[in-house]
Design a protein around this ligand. Structure first.
Ligand code: ATP
Length: 368
């Protein structure tokens, strides 16, 4: 197998970000030792609230350009409640990276693991395995404060703009269908649900129209539609029936947290943000300042985000077997670890902190 070097921009960030990033990198290294065929060249970049407090900049000089040169970005967490810009907004260089690289596809896998907490009593909840695919560059966030775009505001009224473009929607839907195809090869349902509010908003009717145009190119994927309010209900009533759910930015923001809550806590929520030429991988949780420095954070969201990164790099390298196998090894180790009750995160009342969890995942990979 050819030896591929992947250049990774690593941003540990704030709070528990450093601990969970170290966990992800250690687990990736254990998987790499098993599969071979690649190495990661990591470029550590300072960014975040602590960086801002110490230097007056939210990213070290040259860090954004270093991200340009990398094959992927691995991020821990950004933000500290005590550190803000003078206008009161949070330090958020990662949102700038999302803009810079047009990371339109926000991927949030939601999977039930054995022995991990479940919020639904129905035994079928054990089969929850879906992805919330959130468009992440436009929609109702088009004029959000973080984008710096103009909004209409007087002392009497204010408007935000919900923007849907054909170009981004086409890419988003193609991504959704390809993701469903890939998941089907791994035993998934091969289905995409378009979640919208096409009965009320012209923007959403347009979203659905583009979805219908793109689905023709993927005849093997089953499609369905759901209004967002009905989808919220169905995520409680029958979440095990869904596969890939694709939606506008704001809808995805809300439903991804709801869906994540069905299968545990923030410490399980992995996330990928993917664009045409770059992608950023980070746990969906924040810097959790309330538990920082205690070795109690659940590192699995970061570890599973690391697996998503390897999978992305495998595709980017034209189907690299070592990278794909390493991703699969990590996912299987987490599954087996929960099954055998060997992964008991403190987040769920267990006795294992960040380092113990990381060691256990590495141990399971070593036994594979
Ligand atoms: P942000 O706005 O950046 O998302 P936040 O404060 O809203 O930040 P988090 O930092 O994710 O959200 O923290 C929310 C709660 O979840 C906190 O009580 C935190 O301790 C907990 N939490 C977050 N991540 C983890 C983790 N990996 N392990 C255990 N608990 C976590």
């Amino acid at each position: 197998m050819n030896q591929t070097t992947c250049n990774i921009a690593v941003i540990r960030g704030d709070g528990i970000g450093g601990d969970v990033t170290d966990a992800a990198l250690a687990v990736i290294e254990a998987a790499r030792v098993r599969t071979g065929g690649f190495r990661l060249a990591c470029d550590d970049l300072a960014a975040g609230a602590a960086c801002f407090r110490e230097t007056g900049r939210d990213m070290a000089p040259g860090a954004e350009e270093a991200c340009d040169r990398s094959d992927a970005i691995l991020l821990g967490a950004i933000g500290l409640p005590s550190v803000r810009h003078t206008d009161g907004t949070e330090i958020s260089p990662h949102l700038r990276l999302r803009e810079r690289f047009q990371l339109y596809a926000g991927v949030r896998p939601v999977k039930a693991y054995p022995n991990a907490p479940r919020r639904l009593a129905d035994p079928r909840a054990a089969a929850i395995d879906l992805v919330i695919l959130r468009e992440s560059t436009e929609g109702l966030f088009h004029t959000a404060a973080a984008t710096g775009r103009e909004i209409v505001q007087t002392d009497d009224e204010v408007e935000d703009v919900l923007r849907i473009t054909r170009a981004t929607s086409e890419k988003l839907f193609d991504f959704a269908f390809r993701l469903a195809e890939k998941r089907r090869q791994r035993g998934g349902k091969g289905a995409v649900t378009c979640v919208d509010k096409a009965n009320v908003f012209r923007s959403m009717a347009f979203f659905r129209k583009v979805f219908d145009e793109r689905k023709a190119a993927f005849p093997d994927i089953a499609v369905s539609y759901n209004y967002v309010d009905a989808q919220a209900l169905d995520l409680i009533r029958r979440p095990w029936e869904f596969d890939v759910l694709v939606m506008e930015n704001m809808f995805g923001d809300i439903l991804s947290d709801l869906a994540g809550g069905l299968v545990g806590g923030m410490g399980m929520a992995a996330c990928a943000e993917v664009g045409d030429a770059q992608a950023l991988f980070q746990p969906a949780h924040g810097s959790a300042p309330d538990i920082m420095g205690r070795d109690s954070a659940n590192p699995l969201a970061a570890i599973l985000s690391g697996a998503l990164m390897l999978d992305y790099l495998a595709d980017k390298a034209g189907g690299h077997q070592g990278l794909a196998d390493a991703a699969a090894l990590i996912e299987a180790a987490v599954e087996r670890g929960f099954e055998a009750d060997r992964l008991r995160p403190m987040e769920f009342g267990g006795d294992m902190g960040t380092r113990a969890m990381t060691r256990e995942v590495i141990g399971i990979i070593g036994e594979a």
